[in-house]
Design a protein around this ligand. Sequence first.
Ligand code: NAP
Length: 253
Amino acid sequence: MKLKDKVAIVTGAGSGIGAETARRMAREGAKVYCADIRAEAAEKTAKEIGGDAKSLELDVTSSSAIAAAVERISREAGRIDILVNNAGITIVGSIMDLSEEQWDRELDINLKSIFLMSRAVWPQMAGQGGGVILNTASIAGITAIPADAAYCASKAGVVMLTKCMAVDGARSGIRVNCVCPGFIDTPMIHGYFNDQPDPAAARDYAVRLHPLGRLGRPDDIADAFVHLATDDAKWVTGTAHVVDGGLLAGLPG
Ligand code: NAP
């Protein structure tokens, strides 16, 4: 068990990538706090995991709620070893389609939340001699997806914020990395397909974009997060680790 006795917080743990990451970290021995804006979804994941896992209703855009949650975890568990900033949304549209409110919401949930969450756990991690912060970026933070401007901009921000925090955290023993998934089969991507004029065609097209011939699964990404959280990655910081079935490597054959 590679994460035995580690204390982890996973945001967006009520669904998709976050739920699977919480499960896999727990399987490696971590005590996982499953955080989600939907209390019942967080609770479902924590119940499935059982053992030490706990649920947390948390809106990652609220600095006061974050402060209370981090204070509770530090008090209860005595330390925070791993933070997975994973909660996210996608609002489809080009800059001409998006309202100012939609732009702000996308950037607040996908990017600003990582600033808020990370600085809340930072003193605890630095004080205990180190920790690991992992962020869910996207291939959309590296290459533009048509009509997805706010999402792409937010994820490009996640990639750079990861590097900034890695450089700033190194002397305190805090490693920071992000994972850039391709299209992953979760409720979020189902919503994205449903927002397209022809959802079935959009899904087929997305599959074809991945040379490995399928959409990703939450476990493809959870495996990467577990690796980056363990000492197997002890000299890895500031990376944007692409897990995308080959999508960014080149055009499919
Ligand atoms: P998902 O199944 O929709 O899970 C995301 C979870 O985060 C949901 O439970 C969601 O609740 C929750 N959430 C939304 N806003 C929140 C907030 N303010 N505070 C706390 N929790 C909040 O999506 P997913 O596909 O697993 O996505 C997880 C991450 O992977 C996101 O950052 C996403 O951008 C990224 N990603 C996904 C894909 C993909 O193809 N699926 C690809 C690349 C990157 P609600 O259901 O109520 O919104």
